[in-house]
Design a binder for this molecule. Sequence first.
Ligand SMILES: Nc1ncnc2c1ncn2[C@@H]1O[C@H](COP(=O)(O)OP(=O)(O)OP(=O)(O)O)[C@@H](O)[C@H]1O
Ligand SMILES: [Mg+2]
Length: 265
Amino acid sequence: MSVHSGTPRGVSITCRNLAIDVETDTGTRRIVEGLDLHIDPLEFVCVLGGSGVGKTTVLRALGGLIPPAPGSVLEFDGQPVNGPSPKCVIVFQNYTGSLLPWRTVLANVELPLERTVRNKAERRERAMEALRLVDLDKRCTAHPAQLSGGMQQRVQIARALVMEPPVLLMDEPFGALDAMTRESLQDALLDIHRAAGTTIVFITHDIDEAAYLGSRQVVLAGSPSKVAFDFKSPLGTDREQIKTKSSAEYLTLRQQLYAAVRGEH
Ligand SMILES: Nc1ncnc2c1ncn2[C@@H]1O[C@H](COP(=O)(O)OP(=O)(O)OP(=O)(O)O)[C@@H](O)[C@H]1O
Ligand SMILES: [Mg+2]
């Protein structure tokens, strides 16, 4: 996808001694504690960890949707995150309810550009480009209810990509998709990361996906949770599904991640 709004604009993210509390029926519960993580502007960080460990909670805090507990540091480019930032777009886990049912697929993807791009033809062109990436350009006149769940998820992804945000936070965005679609979207996302210089934090349960996509892999563990393992990928930026996945570096990384997620590292 071409970059419309200038040169790389990734943002650094700093979590220092991050703690996150949520309110439950039985009182306040600490989900995350003592989480330290510094992400450089051009990193693509994949976050792994068991179900319920707190991955979505961390992503929501990064997106400014939950406040960090007192004593925590959470910053974008050194500025405290106090709420949702215009620099940041979130793709939620299996959350297709965010599409507007009365708008066509194309109009849903154009929506976030309506405030920033005044030229209607440009908006349309950019939205169509994003829809081509997720292979839904031919369904642009359909309404969300006429699409399958996986297709609706792809529209949500297109709507996030069209904004070319400095920070993209993605919560298992490809979880509901078939293997072929998933691989082509993985490659599209890598292209966008390279071209647009977006900082990406990407949650996945899939070790292969984390190893293939990430410039770094972070494993959360514990209760409350924090960073248990932090891997810097040995793979270069050029990745290709078959070639990369059969390389010795990839296979070693995959094995290390597998052990780390199972707590055997
Ligand atoms: N608003 C909330 N109220 C009560 N408990 C919550 C809330 N949000 C999260 N939790 C609890 O915090 C823990 C972490 O939840 P979270 O959704 O972050 O996990 P996760 O790592 O994303 O899991 P999964 O891989 O299944 O998506 C869970 O035990 C969950 O029940
Ligand atoms: Mg989750």
